[in-house]
Design a protein. Structure first.
Length: 83
């Protein structure tokens, strides 16, 4: 997936999809969107916490917020043997 773009919401919404594989660095915006794709909460930093334009606050996230894939009933499995 392109950096900063998330297709996984549409993939998960497709009834015929049972599994999907993401290829690229995990937990980053290099492959997809850090939050929407991987459920990685952005670092703190905004007007509330000292940095304007904080994605964490823009999204209304904290560590207890359900990851998008979990909220949609999916789970994540690392493929350690894939190189």
């Amino acid at each position: 997936m392109p950096s900063g773009v998330d297709f996984t919401l549409d993939i998960r919404a497709c009834p015929s999809v049972r599994h999907y594989v993401l290829v690229g660095p995990a937990d980053s915006a290099t492959c997809g969107d850090g939050w929407a794709t991987w459920g990685k909460v952005p670092k703190i930093g905004c007007a509330r916490c000292g940095y304007e334009g904080c994605e964490r606050c823009d999204y209304g996230l904290d560590e207890s917020t359900a990851k998008p894939f979990v909220r949609d009933g999916w789970s994540r499995t690392e493929c350690e043997d894939v190189h």
